[in-house]
Design a protein around this ligand. Structure first.
Ligand SMILES: [Zn+2]
Length: 494
């Protein structure tokens, strides 16, 4: 992310010069505009709590940020320990084990009971060992350093060489009259900037696969030249995402070759992707319990895994989860109605989502559950359309609150109490970790994402500390404000 201060100085200097030119006759010694002093508050969120909500100020964003930083450091530790290309808090790896230990230590220190890890055997895990992609024309080459294979991408058998073609946005209108893609490396541009999914650009990857492409590269239209990790895209050939700068350089190299009509010297791609499927790995759900005074419970889920530094996905969700544990551990037990059960799951970036499958297989677990929170992506900053700097606002949150009008009312009240910027209506279903089983209990989720989601730019700097605090406070208020609503009242369908 370029430094916003530099941009501001450049703009400021240009404006000063412009103003000086206009007014030269009157004010030849006009001074440069001063640099903006820092704002008094980092953000407008949560600074003016209503008297009845003052108690939630105990949930402190800067403190929560320490939990985020602990997790991003684990990712960097894993990267620097021999995994320079495919890294993060990846399920089944040393980073996963370190993360589970860290979470158990935190939950015990907070004072939770029955802290333990429920282990699962993982199916063989996709582990890309190394990859290299270079395009070249007439001795000039572009190493594709931002290329990142989509999860579960097929590998190559050693280094392969193929012609590279560009098909615009890979619509039918462009592919049909366009270059033959069979046996070639196909590059396409996508402005589907929020997608990390198989369906990107109206199923462009399927269209290209069906026509026999030998390798597929999505040039993701986010001008940060980030490395972006996609979910599985179901291509039968190697499939990669690519940063805009390098992707457009490939396009222009192909365009240049086509212009001079050098049919005998097309642009070539040399590609090597070494993939192994590793059997015998393990992961688990980390549990902790904060006892209440009834046999009813509230369940808080946060997935522990994440690609790259994963500051928002799911560093902030885990921070919110621990923040809730700390807040309610300080409430006297006699005032805690429902037991709160915390579950740090193995996550869903491994295509197995073992913790989630366990929940789905055990609906009886939720028999007395009043609320099920998905604590996920609670604090990414907004970049706006400029993408050149983060603003001081969090990216707008999507939210879900089911099943009853009573819960909906409480949730809206909590969102508004802390100024959480949101879309007006609840989503039809929550997204992410609890998608598989949210319907087994009255579920709540407040989540945001943005351009840097699943990328190597999703770092500490990308986090809105007040946004993360506001969502955590909203979750705490929803727990407290539903205490006196009976289970049946929360489960009454809308
Ligand atoms: Zn997530």
């Amino acid at each position: 992310m370029p430094c916003p201060r530099i941009n501001m100085l450049t703009i400021s200097a240009a404006l000063t010069l412009f103003a000086a030119t206009l007014t030269f006759a009157q004010e030849p010694t006009r001074q440069r505009l001063p640099q903006s002093p820092p704002h008094h508050r980092p953000n407008e969120l949560g600074w003016n709590l209503a008297p009845e909500d003052q108690k939630y100020a105990a949930i402190d964003g800067n403190h929560l940020m320490e939990f985020v930083k602990d997790q991003t450091a684990m990712s960097r530790h894993y990267r620097d320990n021999g995994h320079p290309q495919y890294w993060g808090r990846i399920t089944g790896t040393d980073a996963d084990a370190e993360n589970a230990e860290w979470m158990m230590k935190k939950l015990k220190a907070i004072g939770l009971e029955d802290v333990h890890e429920q282990m699962f055997d993982l199916q063989p895990q996709w582990v890309p060992q190394a990859w290299k992609a270079v395009v070249s024309l007439n001795g000039k080459s572009i190493p594709l350093t931002s290329a990142q294979p989509a999860f579960l991408s097929k590998g190559t058998n050693g280094t392969v060489d193929m012609e590279a073609v560009y098909v615009g946005m890979a619509s039918e209108a462009e592919i049909k009259p366009g270059p033959d893609v069979k046996g070639k490396a196909v590059f396409f541009y996508s402005n589907d900037t929020g997608s990390r999914h198989v369906g990107i650009s109206d199923n462009a990857i399927k269209r290209l696969s069906d026509r026999g492409a030998a390798a597929i590269f999505v040039i993701l239209g986010v001008p940060l030249d980030e490395k972006t990790q996609f979910y599985p895209v179901n291509a039968p050939v190697p499939a990669f995402s690519l940063g805009t700068k390098e992707g457009l350089a490939v396009r222009d190299m192909i365009g240049g070759a086509a212009k001079v009509g050098t049919e005998n010297a097309p642009v070539h791609l040399q590609l090597n992707l070494d993939v192994k499927m590793r059997p015998g790995l393990k992961s688990g759900t980390v549990w902790g319990t904060l006892k209440g005074t009834t046999d009813e419970n509230v369940v808080v889920v946060a997935h522990r895994d994440g690609w790259f530094e994963g500051a928002n996905d799911n560093g902030t969700g885990v921070a919110t989860f621990l923040g809730l544990a700390e807040y309610f551990a300080k409430v006297p037990k006699s005032q805690r109605k429902r037991t709160i059960i915390f579950a740090g799951t193995d996550g869903h970036h491994d295509n197995g989502a073992e913790s989630g499958v366990w929940f789905l297989d055990h609906p009886e677990f939720f028999a007395k559950t009043a609320l099920l929170f998905n604590s996920e992506h609670t604090g990414l900053k907004d970049t706006g359309l400029g993408l050149s700097a983060y603003s001081n606002a969090p990216s707008t949150y999507r939210w879900y609150a089911g099943d009853s009008p009573a819960l909906l009312k409480v949730a809206i009240h909590a969102l508004d109490a802390f100024g959480v910027p949101t879309f007006p209506d609840s989503l039809p279903t929550p997204s992410g970790e609890t998608t598989r089983y949210y319907f087994l209990a009255p579920s709540v989720q407040i989540i945001n994402t943005g351009y840097v989601w699943h990328s190597d730019k999703e770092n500490d700097e990308s986090i809105s500390i007040p946004g993360m605090a506001a969502v955590t406070r909203a979750y705490a208020k929803i727990i407290a404000d539903t205490d006196n609503i009976p289970l049946a009242g929360l489960r009454t369908k809308k």
